[in-house]
Ligand binder design. Structure first.
Ligand code: COA
Length: 336
């Protein structure tokens, strides 16, 4: 029998402060109508100065432990997926470990942009499957506002701040848990979506600051074309590999970057919109946080029952993309 990992708790944390499309109208040449119709976003959350990705991640992990009724000292590993670490080093996961008091956990970060959570989830699942670890926390967290240029209307309307987390434990029921992953990278896409400055190639200098290289650079059209094809393809492929089709899934939880990209996947899967978890309207693109945030909301809103088939699909900078298939293992907290 396979020792399968399952999601034994699911939580999120978002900052209180809201930045609406109307607020953005005052900052750049844009309109609420353009943003809503081109992206599906109405507002996003902003963490503000003095707080960092690890603060949001720590709040999500505290909520996770509370939900599962465990002491943070019981956690064996913490994996944090992020492109906005508090610092280059130490890892954000280490800062979270300290903030939540997970004294017995070792911890590290994963960098795969918007696909980071699914990459981290696959890594975390393998610690559980190998039988070496019993409580693995996987977090997706990003303070995207820290790398967003509020003079660039092409990007500043898209992003927001959030954290989401799951706890992975060994499943007692072989049918329940993380069933399969399909993950991909294509480094030839690096040039279309990047943070050019501050790394070893272009260390911070007056020039990198003058060129806005410490902010997200995106060729939106190229990313869109890639995303709309690849996210749909990888969602269909994982279902086929497991002898399922769109009608078998209870819920699609896609990366929330643009409603029109989600549309593409929904059409390819041939599913109705009531099977799709969407919260991009409230949060925008929170990068590594979108999937765990949407999962946590779906779970807490009572949209998932034990035994439901859940499909994750993502794409992001790198390029990176992937899908994950889960047989949900928690009772519905609303029906309980
Ligand atoms: N408000 C008003 N106009 C805007 C605007 C804004 N916020 N942002 C861009 N525009 C303008 C452009 O300047 C362009 O004007 P032009 O034709 O005069 O040059 C026009 O709108 C159309 O731009 P275009 O880039 O073709 O728009 P689009 O329909 O492709 O939408 C994105 C732009 C960014 C929303 C879209 O390309 C996208 O979602 N890309 C993928 C982004 C993504 O998912 N990134 C994260 C990866 S994880």
């Amino acid at each position: 029998m396979v020792r399968r990992a399952y999601i034994s708790a699911s939580s999120h944390w978002v900052p209180e402060k809201v930045l609406t499309n109307f607020d953005l109208e005052k900052l750049v040449d844009t309109t609420d109508e353009w943003i809503r119709t081109r992206t599906g976003i109405e507002e996003r959350r902003i963490l503000g100065a003095g707080k960092a990705t690890s603060d949001m991640a720590a709040e999500a992990v505290k909520a996770l432990c509370k939900q599962r009724g465990i002491d943070p000292k019981e956690i064996d590993v913490i994996v944090v997926a992020t492109v906005t670490p508090d610092m280059f080093f130490p890892s954000t996961a280490n800062l979270v470990q300290e903030k939540v008091g997970a004294k017995n956990a070792w911890s590290f970060d994963v960098a795969a942009a918007c696909s980071g959570f699914l990459f981290g989830l696959n890594i975390g699942a393998q610690f559980v499957q190998a039988g070496t670890h019993n409580k693995v926390v996987v977090v997706g967290a990003d303070k995207m506002t820290s790398i967003t240029n509020y003079r660039d209307r092409n990007t500043c309307v898209l992003f927001g701040d959030a954290a989401g987390a799951v706890l992975l434990e060994p499943s007692e029921d072989d049918d329940i848990g993380l069933l399969d992953f399909m993950l991909h990278s294509d480094g030839s896409g690096a040039e279309y979506l990047m943070l050019k400055g501050g790394g070893s190639l272009n260390p911070a200098s007056l020039e990198t600051i003058a060129n806005d290289w410490h902010f997200i650079y995106q060729d939106g059209k190229s990313v869109f074309k890639f995303a709309v094809t690849k996210m749909a393809e990888v969602a269909v492929n994982i279902l086929e590999r497991n002898n399922y089709s769109g009608k078998d899934i209870k819920m699609l939880i896609p990366h929330q970057a643009n409603l029109r990209i989600i549309d593409g996947t929904v059409k390819r899967l041939g599913i109705d919109y009531d099977k799709v978890m969407i919260n991009i309207n409230k949060y925008g693109n929170t990068t590594a946080a979108t999937i765990p945030l949407a999962l946590s909301e779906a779970y807490q809103q009572g949209k998932l029952d034990k035994g439901d088939l859940v499909l994750f699909a993502t794409f992001g900078g790198g390029f990176t993309w992937g899908s994950g298939l889960v047989r949900w293992g928690l009772d519905n907290p609303v029906k309980k």
